[in-house]
Design a protein around this ligand. Structure first.
Ligand code: CMP
Length: 141
């Protein structure tokens, strides 16, 4: 099934100057870019984006970190996008991630793990809607 997922290149990866390397891995893996932005979100926006984690002990740090610097949200489409993207980026904890995955290569820790990917097709659409208006999504190029 063709699915959509939202990737976010996180502040640590932007600061480490690896936006291009990560985008290259994503497009080489066959993902089609539907939309892309370079932006910075405030604490309120980061809190809303990660609201599902609000009871977790790491929530406050996550919100602080995701609003600490520029990020690159990218709307992506592919057959089996959710599963394939999660395979491409690897486990949440870079130390546990498979060799060659984005998090293994560019993540530093569970908190500073370089990239986000949606965890379901339903959330992919919701998360894309968080960062992109309909007119910013290009379905056919
Ligand atoms: P992400 O894919 O963006 O989704 C939720 C984020 O919460 C996750 O990546 C991590 O950056 C962060 N996270 C998840 N579990 C932990 C944890 N145990 N400690 C710190 N941060 C975490």
């Amino acid at each position: 099934m063709i699915e959509k997922t939202l990737a976010i290149i996180k502040p640590d990866a932007v600061k480490n100057n690896v936006i291009g390397e990560i985008l290259s891995m994503i497009t080489k893996a066959g993902f089609k870019v539907l939309g892309m932005r370079y932006t910075k979100i405030n604490k309120e926006q980061a809190g809303a984006f990660y609201e599902v984690h609000k009871e977790m002990p790491f929530y406050a740090d996550l919100v602080e970190y995701m609003s600490s610097g520029a990020i690159v949200p990218v709307a992506l489409e592919k057959e089996n996008a959710i599963g394939d993207f999660r395979k491409l980026i690897g486990s949440t904890d870079p130390a546990q991630a498979d060799e060659g995955t984005v998090r293994k290569l560019y993540g530093e820790s569970k908190s500073y793990n370089a990239i986000h990917g949606s965890d379901s097709a339903e959330n992919g659409l919701i998360e894309i809607g968080f960062f992109f208006s309909k007119s910013e999504i290009v379905l056919s190029n």
